[in-house]
Write a protein that binds this ligand. Structure first.
Ligand SMILES: [Zn+2]
Length: 385
């Protein structure tokens, strides 16, 4: 992992916001390079050099600058381009403004159990360690592929289904329900798969310690406000409901109630914004084919409202609008994915490209290039650890 002290926090970034002199000079030089690919390379190189010297304004100006200069039609200046880019809507969930959950506190804790003021009970008997949570890179929504800061505490929740065998939820199935639930917990523990599992009876089990990363999200992307997170095992907590997509047995009312009080407690503890409580299908990507939805759990029907959350399916997918991933319509239909967020992200790409006078395909290619740079950097850091 890169030394965190090299990078500014989000506020010092604003304090360091530069004059446009240098940017304009670079833009002018780049404008004299005829080959668009060479031009782009020059800009990238200058961007990284400047970043290393401690120039922190690139997060806001780099992409508009690169796009403006790489595109055939040149806007009149960096400041104008930046203004236009900043005017592009930053996504929010439809409906009410995100609210913070009620206050939740621990009322009792033993080796075996935690009990909370909102009725949450967490069984700790399967609790295990994994690797400690790493300081995770946080990127600006557009601009440099270099992180603008590092985070430490969880910023969100990813909901999963366990996709394990689910018998009918009936009294005469009780022994089977118990046995399968127990087997599942053993598997989740050995794979360090999730932080929490909610079984069919609505019992909440802490499995991977909250201080550690869980192997739940894989290649994944989410964003809030002006910040984007890539590969969420360290930055998001994984909560799995014992359930099987497409099975006749839906999640039980007890599971929904448990997911609600667990969500409240986690949101309160870590100050997690509502729009960062999302499903695996929303965040999962496949970098090999640049498609969204590599994992498809909770591609639809997640009970956001019953958990006290806004309809986060309506948030445009950041993988699409920030990194140029695509959704395959046939695949979406087959899955019954009902994301408003896919269509909204597609529309957003079109608007962003139009605002830059750039064909959408070309614009998307630039976004993908940035993702590739970030991905390469993350892989390199993993190798170094
Ligand atoms: Zn999942």
């Amino acid at each position: 992992m890169r030394n965190a002290t090299n990078f500014p926090g989000r506020w010092s970034r604003l304090a360091d916001f530069p004059s446009f002199g240098e940017a304009v000079r670079i833009e002018w030089r780049a404008g004299r390079i005829a080959d668009p690919v060479k031009r782009l390379r020059y800009l990238r190189r200058r961007m990284l050099q400047t970043k290393r010297r401690g120039f922190h304004g690139w997060g806001l100006i780099a992409v508009p600058l690169m796009i403006a200069v790489a595109a055939a039609r040149l806007p009149s200046g960096s400041a104008e381009t930046m203004e236009r880019e900043r005017g592009l809507a930053v996504p929010r969930a439809a409906g009410a403004a995100p609210s913070m959950p009620p206050q939740v506190w621990l009322i009792e804790k033993t080796e075996a159990e935690e009990v909370y003021s909102n009725g949450l009970r967490v069984d700790r008997t399967f609790l295990t360690a994994n690797r400690p949570r790493a300081r995770f890179p946080v990127y600006s929504l557009a601009g440099s592929p270099v992180p603008w800061r590092y985070g430490g505490a969880p910023v969100g929740i990813v909901y999963h289904t366990t996709e394990s065998l689910v018998p009918p939820f009936e009294e005469d199935q009780n022994r089977r329900l118990q046995r399968l639930g127990r087997n599942l917990l053993e598997v989740v523990r050995s794979e360090r798969a999730y932080h929490f599992v909610i079984d069919r009876f609505g019992r909440v089990y802490a499995v991977v310690a909250e201080t550690d990363a869980a192997n739940h999200a894989g290649n994944s992307i989410w964003a809030d406000g002006e910040e984007i997170y890539v590969n969420l095992n360290d930055s998001f907590l994984g909560v799995a409901l014992e359930a099987q997509t497409g099975a006749a047995e839906a999640v039980t009312p007890a599971q929904i109630q448990a997911a609600k009080v667990l969500t409240e407690a986690l949101r309160f503890r870590y100050r997690i914004p509502a729009e960062n409580c999302v499903t695996h299908a929303q965040v999962s990507v496949n970098p090999l084919n640049m498609k969204v939805g590599a994992h498809t759990d909770w591609a639809g029907d997640f009970p956001f409202a019953k958990l006290g959350l806004p309809d986060n399916y309506s948030i445009p997918l950041p993988s699409i609008y920030a990194f140029g991933f695509e959704a395959d319509p046939a695949y979406e239909r087959a899955l019954g994915m009902n994301f408003g967020g896919v269509a909204l992200a597609r529309a957003q790409i079109e608007r962003q490209a139009a605002a830059q006078n750039t064909p959408a395909a070309q614009y998307r290619a630039m976004l993908r290039h940035r993702y590739r740079d970030i991905e390469a950097e993350l892989k390199q850091n993993e190798g170094g650890n």
